[in-house]
Design a protein around this ligand. Structure first.
Ligand code: ZN
Length: 203
């Protein structure tokens, strides 16, 4: 199951604690402020659509991704586990424009493992917040590090930021890469090198 369909399946506007009416009002205000007529037919439903979109894009604010890591299985496996190319879309908190890319999450178990899809769920939920990529990377690494009792954790995120590609400097196609390393990934050169070569390896 892709992370996109996973999310669409889980999100329900009726369950959302987001103040939809307040967003609709705000979108009408913005449309008027830029010189539009929010009452012309093409724009009548726009405030509602935007409010629902924001409720979905920011749904992670009301969820605790730690819960996905509560169920673990005792295992003696003590080599690296890497889930690569977890696709996500998040929102840059400086411009409220999306940034889209992939996250790679690795850990070395210390007595217990989690289900592989749980790492993808953590990325998905953390992505649904206004944030910067740097903090998103650290948040994911810290969650896995703290909840799984690991020997070490690595998270690398590579993403394209639409605030860089469609406005301002207008550099389409450039990607931003961030990494967060914990435990043995930070202290042991060989582990770090293995992680980076697996992340950058053949696809
Ligand atoms: Zn931005």
């Amino acid at each position: 199951m892709s992370s996109d369909s996973q999310h669409n399946k889980n999100f329900r506007i009726d369950d959302s604690p987001v103040d939809v009416d307040a967003i609709k009002q705000a979108v009408r205000t913005i449309l008027t402020a830029v010189g539009e007529d929010p009452d012309r037919p093409g724009l009548l439903e726009t405030p509602r659509r935007v409010a629902h979109m924001y409720a979905e894009m920011f749904s992670g604010l009301h969820l605790n991704p730690e819960r996905h890591l509560e169920v673990t299985f005792p295992e003696t496996y003590d080599e690296m586990v890497l889930v690569r190319d977890i696709r996500f879309t998040s929102m840059c908190e400086h411009h409220l424009l999306p940034f889209t890319g992939v996250a790679h999450v690795a850990y070395i178990p210390d007595g217990k493992v989690t289900g592989l899809s749980k790492l993808a769920r953590v990325v998905e939920e953390v992505s649904r917040r206004p944030q910067v990529q740097e903090r998103m990377t650290q948040t994911i690494a810290d969650l896995v590090d703290q909840r799984l009792n690991t020997a070490g954790v690595g998270c690398v995120i590579s993403a394209e930021h639409s605030c860089m590609s469609i406005r301002g400097i207008r550099k389409a196609g450039s990607t931003t890469v961030t990494s967060a390393l914990r435990g043995i990934f930070k202290t042991d050169h060989a582990t770090r090198t293995e992680f980076m070569s697996l992340v950058n390896g053949q696809r």
